[in-house]
Structures are given as structure tokens and as C-alpha cells.
Design a protein around this ligand. Structure first.
Ligand code: ATP
Ligand code: MG
Length: 131
């Protein structure tokens, strides 16, 4: 059923759980897995460092996926993780999004983080929330 699955990741422990679920679903459906990292345009930090971090996150997921025989495509973009997700999902042509409930901030007393919440609100395709 699913042909292209998208997993956005900030590299956090929470997001890694979503990565693992996404890899396993992609393997079962023989789907392409698009791994997306959004470099937050609001962060005041040297761009080279953020870019390097992003590349490392994507590379780590790619290796994990390859181990399981999953076809992975990397997407590294600069933007607003909370607001750009619907647009990014459309561009990737994904038919399923797998996302963690929490990310780097990991405020567990909240039901979910702002990126997860906004993704559910705005994307038009099925979203799988991983906790
Ligand atoms: N910069 C990002 N790029 C790609 N995916 C992201 C990014 N930030 C978060 N995500 C995805 O969203 C999920 C939920 O993270 P979210 O940012 O909503 O929670 P949080 O960091 O705990 O809270 P908040 O950011 O609202 O303070 C992560 O597990 C990850 O899948
Ligand atoms: Mg966050």
C-alpha cells in the first residue's frame, strides 16, 4: 500500500524510535524511505555546524536502513520545522509520514511537541505517531 514513506528526524532519541519504525514499515512494503532533516532557520548558530550535524543524522539513518535493505533518500533543508512540514510532505510525494511524539526538547509532560502537533494538523496523508 505505501510506496513512499517520509520520516522527519531531529536526531533525538525520540526521533530515532520513529526512524526504526519507518525503516521496518518501508522494508515490509518495499517502499522508498525519505529521511528529512530540517535545519531550523531560527537557530542562531554557525550554519556549517548545523549542516554538518544534519548530514550526520541523515547518514546514520541511511546506514541503519541499508542494513535492512531499505532504499533511502536523504533530504536536508533549511526552514521552519513547525510550519513547513505540509509543504515538504507534498514535495516528497510521500503517502505516509512517521514522526516521533517528542523531539530534542522532549518535554514529556506535553502530549507531543510542536512539530509533531503541526504535522498532524496540516498534512493530508496518514501520520503515524511513534512514542
Ligand atoms: N528539525 C527537524 N527536522 C526534522 N524532523 C523534526 C525536526 N524537529 C522535530 N522533528 C520531528 O518531530 C518529532 C517531534 O519533535 P518536536 O520538535 O515536535 O518535539 P520537541 O522537540 O520535544 O518539542 P518542541 O520542539 O515543540 O519544543 C521528532 O521526533 C522528529 O520526528
Ligand atoms: Mg523540537
Amino acid at each position: 500500500m505505501f510506496k513512499t514513506i517520509m520520516v522527519p528526524t531531529d536526531g533525538s532519541k525520540n526521533a530515532q524510535k520513529a526512524e526504526d519504525v519507518a525503516i521496518s514499515i518501508a522494508r515490509n512494503f518495499q517502499a522508498i524511505l525519505m529521511v528529512v532533516h530540517i535545519i531550523d532557520e531560527k537557530l542562531i548558530y554557525p550554519f556549517e555546524v548545523l549542516e554538518e550535524d544534519g548530514k550526520k543524522i541523515l547518514e546514520r539513518v541511511t546506514l541503519k536502513g541499508k542494513d535492512q535493505g531499505v532504499d533511502i533518500q536523504q533530504v536536508l533543508i533549511v526552514g521552519n520545522p513547525t510550519h513547513d512540514m505540509a509543504k515538504i510532505v507534498e514535495k516528497t510525494g510521500a503517502d505516509l509520514v512517521v514522526i516521533g511524539t517528542h523531539g530534542k526538547s522532549g518535554l514529556q509532560k506535553l502530549l507531543m511537541g510542536s512539530v509533531a502537533e503541526n504535522t498532524i494538523k496540516t498534512v493530508k496523508i496518514p501520520v503515524l505517531l511513534v512514542k
